[in-house]
Design a protein around this ligand. Sequence first.
Ligand SMILES: Cc1cc2nc3c(=O)[nH]c(=O)nc-3n(C[C@H](O)[C@H](O)[C@H](O)COP(=O)(O)OP(=O)(O)OC[C@H]3O[C@@H](n4cnc5c(N)ncnc54)[C@H](O)[C@@H]3O)c2cc1C
Length: 445
Amino acid sequence: MTTVQSPPAPPTAIRPGVVARTGLYAVLAAHAAVVAFFFVQAGFASNALIVIGRLAGLYGALVMAFQLVLVARLPWLDRRIGMDRLTSWHRWTGFSLLWTLLAHVVFIGFGYADGAGVGPVTEIIDLAETTEGVLRAIVALGLMLVIGAVSARSARRRLAYETWHFIHLYAYVAVVLAFTHQVAVGTTFTSSSAATAYWYGVWAVALGSVFLGRVALPLWRNRRHRFRVAAVVPESDSVVSIHITGRDLDRLPAQAGQFFLWRFLTKDRWWQANPFSLSAAPDGRSLRLTAKAAGEGSAALRHLKVGTRVFAEGPYGAFTTLHRTRSESLLIAGGVGVTPIRALLEELDGHTVVIYRVASERDAVLHDELRDLAFAKGAELHLVTGKPTPDKLAPRKLKRMVPDIADRDVFLCGPPPMMNAVLGTLDELHVPKQQIHFERFSLAG
Ligand SMILES: Cc1cc2nc3c(=O)[nH]c(=O)nc-3n(C[C@H](O)[C@H](O)[C@H](O)COP(=O)(O)OP(=O)(O)OC[C@H]3O[C@@H](n4cnc5c(N)ncnc54)[C@H](O)[C@@H]3O)c2cc1C
């Protein structure tokens, strides 16, 4: 297999993740300032409670647009920040959005009730009955509350991914209702043509990003590449590799360490898309994923027929050599977390140490490939077997295996308990945070 050798970033370069993060928050801060400017320019013709309520509504709408950009799956952001982090920010800004919208309703309710001499609830009902757009906003808020409730960790754990995702799609209905509410009752963005153009521009960019990243790009890529299953290779009783071919795969901008959302277009499973990392560096002719049977979807992969059409969304993820800061690396894999590690080993240059942690040698899928690759590249490979206890990779042991660990980039992927233990160990061994790169096999945390 041919691989792309990517040299590490020079030590003085600003890290790509920092550029993207700073850029994203600078853009948000700039928009917050512009909104405040237009708000003040429009003037305040009401009491303080209503003024605060309106400002909360405007900032709620701005956060809503930002929320859309975070999950738009824009390749530039995704490669630099990673879908896991972007999803996690979306989740946390989502909860602050709920509080902002609730503040909007409460302040507006009390503000208008103050002048009318009725209670805030009566006032809100009255506004819903008499003012165009208010009822739509109440429905939007109700939808957002339901989405917030099913996204809380305890509820999220109980729901199948697809159920949760389906409910989450109602957020788009809420966004449309909220936007039409702003158009109907908002005064800030109707006060001047510049303000109106700005507000439509913000929403066009936010909704356009979602359309581009989630609809147009995946459709275009799949039409162009026409992915198909080329081979199904069992690696063990519970793990299977799927080889995928397609047209012009050399034009697909995928890197070792990234993943796709794979949808195999069979009669009974076409509706389910699951994330799996590439388990070999893309060589321009084929792609490979290696999946452990975790539930019904992954277990069914073993029975796929050669020639099955595949709809793949991606490539996604920031677990790549783009984020290297050092010339030497340490790769740590636990169990099926070996998949992106195996691909990264192929792509990395500079001296590399690989540690592969499994319960027993029988569980070490792709081990032969790792050994051959390590031999060909002059890398060191350690297979660590035994019961899943943290002491196998305790600080002393890790330091003995890799004495210069603090001078290497560390790429880590494995089951959550092992990853948490290793992250603690890396901290104890004073490995700088910017040198630690990891991929969790879960996106919804
Ligand atoms: C970035 C990433 C890379 C991964 N790479 C690999 C890999 O290389 N090899 C491997 O064996 N496993 C990998 N996984 C785990 C794999 O995705 C799950 O084991 C698989 O989706 C389980 O699906 P299922 O239908 O068999 O089980 P189910 O019981 O139906 O699903 C189990 C759980 O999988 C998760 N899941 C399913 N679909 C999605 C989705 N579309 N998006 C996010 N989460 C979803 C949900 O948390 C779901 O509850 C990866 C996961 C992620 C997030």
